[in-house]
Write a protein that binds this ligand. Structure first.
Ligand SMILES: *Cc1c(COP(=O)(O)O)cnc(C)c1O
Length: 367
């Protein structure tokens, strides 16, 4: 039995006609950029995310980048980022001319460790960017408390955790402006690139609406040096069809994760994901860890089971960040995670049989 890392079949097949009808409506409307579909999706996503404002943009990286601009982060500023995130979080900081300052994660949850943040704060620190990695909400109460005490802004990277909660609040509703991604493989995925910013700050929202559209709010009148980063009408229409299904898809991911955790419990040498008290996990990824990661991946590949590594090289050791002159050993938790993590197949609609086959294949490797 071949089991891919990710399949869209069970999500996309049942809504095929609904999605194609939405695409046809945009096609027939003859309005393709910043029209009714984007406005409608922004309202629906703001409600889902329990915030006042949602601004659709071209992708998740732009959502983070534009958020930092709107919050006046720039050259000379330092921004606290996780040492173990996807590189997009760091890139957004670099784009505004600020410096990413890595902080290590909690080695059990893989999320930014609030206890380590204050030691990294300097007079230049302006912002904290928590990343709800793999779909688990960060400890936002503690992080917002630190931000308040040090007068810092917070930009959540919510690309992987749409619908997760921290102490009852939804991820993407805590920070001053928060970015998410609708890259196809994300929990809420478009049929191409897309992203959004969620914020309760009306002034920041207005700045972002201008920034994403050439720095203009009135056609051909440009207030600031803006960008072309708009969520397009077709993607917004597709996302509006998919959004109401997201809670059910999340529940399915959580069921798959619970089965994996049951079936893989007690395997010596294998560490399973855990959920922190107060947080929920929407399992964008189900990541296990083992010192024999590469051999386990080969074993699963040989049995037709797809896996991926999120992520093989931490940002501080990427060639792109060589100029920061960070060295191997400097962020040992991030390096250890990069060396030992493996993401098992995970998608809504994975069957019991799929999960049993994957779990059995993992068990057989360790036996
Ligand atoms: C996917 C992702 C992004 C970037 O989103 P794009 O839409 O691909 O630009 C940013 N941060 C994290 C943690 C991601 O997983």
């Amino acid at each position: 039995m071949q089991i891919p890392f990710l399949s869209f079949s069970s999500q996309h097949h049942p809504i095929r006609e609904e999605v194609l009808a939405a695409i046809a409506r945009v096609y027939d409307s003859q309005w393709y950029v910043l029209g009714q579909s984007v406005t409608d999706f922004e309202a629906a996503y703001a409600a889902f995310n329990q915030v006042e404002n949602c601004i659709g943009v071209a992708n998740g990286l732009d959502a983070l980048h534009l958020s930092l601009i709107a919050l006046n982060i720039g050259p000379g500023d330092e921004v606290i980022v996780p040492s173990n995130t996807y590189i997009a979080t760091w890139l957004a900081v670099s784009f505004v001319g600020a410096t990413p300052v890595p902080v290590e994660p909690n080695a059990a949850t893989y999320n930014l460790d609030p206890a380590l943040i204050e030691a990294a704060i300097t007079p230049r620190t302006k912002a904290i960017m928590p990343v709800h990695l793999y779909g688990q909400a960060c400890e936002m109460t503690a992080i917002m408390d630190i931000a308040r005490r040090h007068n810092l802004v917070v930009v959540e990277d919510n690309a992987q955790a749409q619908g997760a909660t921290a102490d009852g609040g939804v991820t993407g509703s805590f920070g001053n402006a928060n970015g998410t991604s609708f890259y196809p493989g994300k929990n809420l995925g478009a049929l191409g690139d897309g992203g959004a910013i969620t914020t309760n700050d009306a002034e920041v929202a207005q700045r972002l609406r201008s920034l994403r559209n050439y720095g203009s709010q009135k056609k051909y009148y440009n207030e600031v040096i803006g960008y072309n980063s708009r969520l397009d009408e077709l993607q917004a229409a597709v996302l509006s069809v998919k959004l109401p299904y997201l809670p059910d898809w999340t529940a399915q991911r959580q069921q798959v994760a619970a089965r994996y955790t049951e079936l893989l419990a007690g395997v010596e040498g294998l560490q399973l994901p855990i959920v922190a008290a107060g947080s929920t996990h929407v399992y964008h990824l189900y990541v296990v860890r083992t010192a024999r990661r590469d051999a386990l991946q080969q074993h699963l590949t040989a049995q037709g089971i797809g896996t991926l590594i999120h992520y093989p090289v931490p940002p501080h050791l990427q060639q792109a960040y060589a100029h920061l002159q960070m060295t191997a050993g400097q962020y040992p938790i991030a390096e250890e995670l990069a060396a030992t993590s493996l993401s098992l197949p995970m998608w809504p609609g994975m069957t019991e049989e799929h999960v049993l086959v994957v779990a059995e294949a993992v068990r057989s490797f360790f036996n």
